[in-house]
Design a binder for this molecule. Sequence first.
Ligand code: HEM
Length: 132
Amino acid sequence: MPNLIRRRTVCGIGSATLAFVLLTAAPALSEGGPARGEQAFKKYAACHAMQSGEKKATGPNLFGVFGRKAASAPDYKFSEAMKKSGIVWDEATLDAYLTDPKKNMPGSKMAFPGLPKADERAGLIAYIKLKK
Ligand code: HEM
């Protein structure tokens, strides 16, 4: 196979195919994608379970939290602030809460400083949205 064509394949994959794979995979692998969100969430897994039925001592299970009313998970003792918040968890409310939980919801007992980086929050929210 002449050099020019050989250089255009990577492990036998045509450059067009490779470009297509990268383009389609990029969103999921990007900072704001669910795959990166899942990775980032591992740091906080001590506080929150994400599998249905799983329990953690500190925070409520977040499985199915997207689209749910705040503090409506049956088996957790939420703060009055969370119970009275009237929030329904979606992209906007999660983004605001995760930016600065204490400032966004004074009285919340989530001892977490928040996530200043918007795309990191986007990744986590994309991941949480999938967990239901
Ligand atoms: C990126 C990481 C985190 C995310 C996405 C997150 C998300 C949430 C959400 C959505 C709620 C409300 C749940 C509901 O209404 O059912 C919540 C509550 C809570 N989280 Fe987190 N959390 C994170 C990190 C943490 C960490 C690190 C801790 C422990 C230090 C923690 C402890 C709690 C606690 C104690 C509550 C209950 C708050 C209350 O009743 O006021 N969270 N979290």
